[in-house]
Design a protein around this ligand. Structure first.
Ligand code: SF4
Ligand code: SF4
Ligand code: SF4
Ligand code: FES
Length: 592
């Protein structure tokens, strides 16, 4: 590493050569405001101009996010010219911005407000005409409100980096520019997979999840039997909304908070995850031993299912027919659970707390009901749960640690917990398949990076009674595409593939708390590189604490089959727990 000598505000420093001024200043302990620059150059438009500084050797002010340091450079962040220029840049953004902060769910985590505060920008400094704006509320998963867009381009970069997709782009030119799917269509009318990765990086309220909090409020007010179920990845990230270090599991406090919000029962989706493993493991076993379509591909990620239906309609028979864990559990709550409680299923309202935005879409698919009764009635994200907790005045950090409700579907195994991590579904299913074929328990699956691919694909080979089962995992559609094209070309060597819509799996879902270094002053500088591992570790540690670590050993799952479902893949199980897919007409392969 070559070092160069620079000065910031007259103080000498040595920094790595090749860094931008913005990065070098950060390494030396200065925050220069920035908006369009994000995540080590993932997005670097150089367009917002809120990062302007003075630097020797440059003519006038420079955008510190794109200008590199060099030997002997003297940088002035706080000179009157730089300070005023940055403030003006922010005031210009505010002058064409819908400033309804009181009604905006981004308030409190808005980067535009943050830079306005630190630059001293004041609204109304530039009066003038506002550009025409558009509000897209048609998609179940996400909302686009161009009146709050600052044209930073982060969403465009993220869609491309995570999925190789180009759903969003700049439309029009000059003052009339806005960000939208092609031809300003709704997300609902484009091959957007509704993963919410773009929402995760948007600095303002221009892209948000489609909130279902009002629906939950209405059900609680109406006196329904409102049951909440939370996915594993939620407990690994919810604490971040309340100041806990990234990767702190807050299961007990989350349960206590949900109870105080008025839910009649508080269940873990891990029971549903165990059920999925029983069904999916059995399906895999049948396909392996009776010559079914291989490789079988997991189907619990609705973002991935969307992608498959839009782009790989010819491969849909490779997908497992299993519903995802929360849909399965919802179907069981509305049938077996309601029956046990003596409730009419129409009076039962199921809320899923998910790390995922696409789950809002998934629950509204017309195949996600049994005899016209929806499996799940509302999906709220981890962020929305945090909002509900804050709105209720609950002081999260002071809550006691409480336990899940334990009746009927309260037990879960470690296998269910690791569903939230990439590779977790595969590992959980293999534990059960291995047991069914050998009568022995399987330990930890060790995956290796696939050489020759630069797509983050990992694979493993498991010897089950002399039969080698080849498995692979991919997350993010860019990686998935590599494996899917191999299948299409007849070159796939795999028997079982796990695909997750979001890079890193559910712990990095589009509904998880925002990771913004400026709002996480106690985290390391490299938090954007490490947060996925930290959240994943929170789940692995919970798996290791469980005494039951295989789904087939969960006593309440055994009881559910004995008393209600019969056996895995039975007729009744199919009616409640399995689904179908359909290729979407009118869209072709949009990936690059
Ligand atoms: S995006 Fe930020 S500045 Fe705009 S309305 Fe929302 S909170 Fe206010
Ligand atoms: S939701 Fe996902 S697929 Fe749709 S635009 Fe955003 S990043 Fe792209
Ligand atoms: S929608 Fe959000 S991320 Fe996309 S350009 Fe606008 S402000 Fe940036
Ligand atoms: S952060 Fe540098 S121009 Fe936007």
């Amino acid at each position: 590493m070559t070092l160069v000598n620079i000065k910031i505000e007259g103080v000498p420093y040595q920094v790595e050569n090749g860094l931008t001024i913005l990065e070098a200043a950060k390494a030396c302990g200065y925050e220069i405001p920035s908006l369009c620059a994000f995540n080590h150059g993932e997005c670097n438009q150089g367009s917002c101009r809120v990062c302007l500084v003075e630097a020797t050797g440059a003519r006038g002010l420079v955008a510190s996010c794109v200008y590199p340091v060099n030997e002997g450079m003297e940088i002035r962040i706080s000179s009157p010219a730089a300070t005023q220029a940055r403030r003006r840049s922010v005031e210009l953004l505010l002058s064409n911005h819908n400033q309804n902060c009181q009604q905006c769910d981004k308030n409190g985590q808005c980067e535009l407000l943050h830079v306005a505060q630190i630059t001293g920008a004041r609204e109304g400094a530039f009066a003038g005409v506002h550009s025409e704006t558009y509000l897209d509320e048609l998609a179940p998963g996400l909302i686009r409100d161009t009146s709050k867009c600052i044209l930073c381009g982060r969403c465009i970069a993220r869609c491309s980096n995570a999925h190789g997709l180009g759903i969003l782009g700049f439309e029009n030119r000059g003052f009339r520019t806005f960000v939208a799917p092609a031809e300003n269509r709704s997300f609902a009318d484009s091959p957007c997979i509704q993963c919410g990765q773009c929402v995760n990086v948007c600095p303002t309220g221009a892209l948000m999840e489609h909130s279902e909090i009002a629906k939950v409020d209405a059900a609680l007010r109406a006196g329904k039997h409102v049951v909440v179920q939370a996915a594993p990845a939620v407990r690994a990230a919810l604490g971040e909304e309340f100041g806990y270090p990234v990767g702190t599991p807050v299961t007990g406090k989350m349960i206590a908070a949900m109870r105080r919000l008025g839910f009649e029962r508080v269940y873990d989706v891990n029971f549903g995850a165990d059920l999925t493993i029983m069904e999916e493991g059995t399906e895999l076993l049948h396909r392996l031993t009776e010559g079914g379509v291989l490789p079988m591909i997991t189907s619990c990620s609705p973002g991935w299912v969307n992608y498959a239906e839009y782009n790989y309609g010819d491969l849909l028979d490779h997908l497992s027919s299993c519903k995802s864990p929360h849909q399965m559990q919802g179907a069981v709550i509305k049938s077996y659970w309601a029956e046990q409680k003596g409730y009419d299923p129409k009076d039962v309202f199921v809320v899923s707390v998910m790390p995922c935005v696409a789950k809002k879409y998934e629950r509204q698919r017309d195949v996600m009901n049994v005899n016209g009764i929806d499996d799940v009635d509302a999906v709220i994200t981890t962020r929305e749960l945090a909002r509900m907790i804050k709105r209720a005045g609950i002081i999260f950090n002071r809550l006691p640690d409480e336990e899940w409700d334990g009746d009927i579907m309260g037990d879960y195994s470690g296998a269910g917990v690791i569903f939230g991590v990439t590779g977790g579904v595969m590992e959980a299913a293999l534990r059960t398949v291995y047991f069914k074929l050998t009568g022995k328990e399987y330990g930890r699956v060790v995956f290796e990076e696939v050489r020759g691919h630069d797509a983050g694909i990992r694979e493993a080979s498991i010897d089950i009674n002399g039969t080698v089962v080849n498995v692979a995992i991919a997350s993010g559609m860019k990686s998935a595409k590599v494996l899917l094209d191999e299948i299409r070309e007849g070159k796939s060597k795999y028997h079982f593939i796990e695909i997750m819509g979001c890079p890193g799996g559910c712990i990095n879902g589009g509904g998880q708390p925002y990771i913004r270094p400026v709002f996480l002053p106690n985290e390391d500088d490299n938090i954007l590189d490490t947060y996925k591992e930290k959240r994943a570790q929170a789940l692995y540690s919970e798996d290791e604490r469980q005494t039951v670590r295989q789904s087939h050993n969960n006593p309440q799952i055994i009881e559910l089959y004995e008393k209600f479902l019969g056996e895995p893949n039975s007729h009744k199980a199919h009616e409640l727990l399995h689904t179908t897919y359909a290729a979407r007409e009118g869209f072709n392969d949009v990936s690059k």
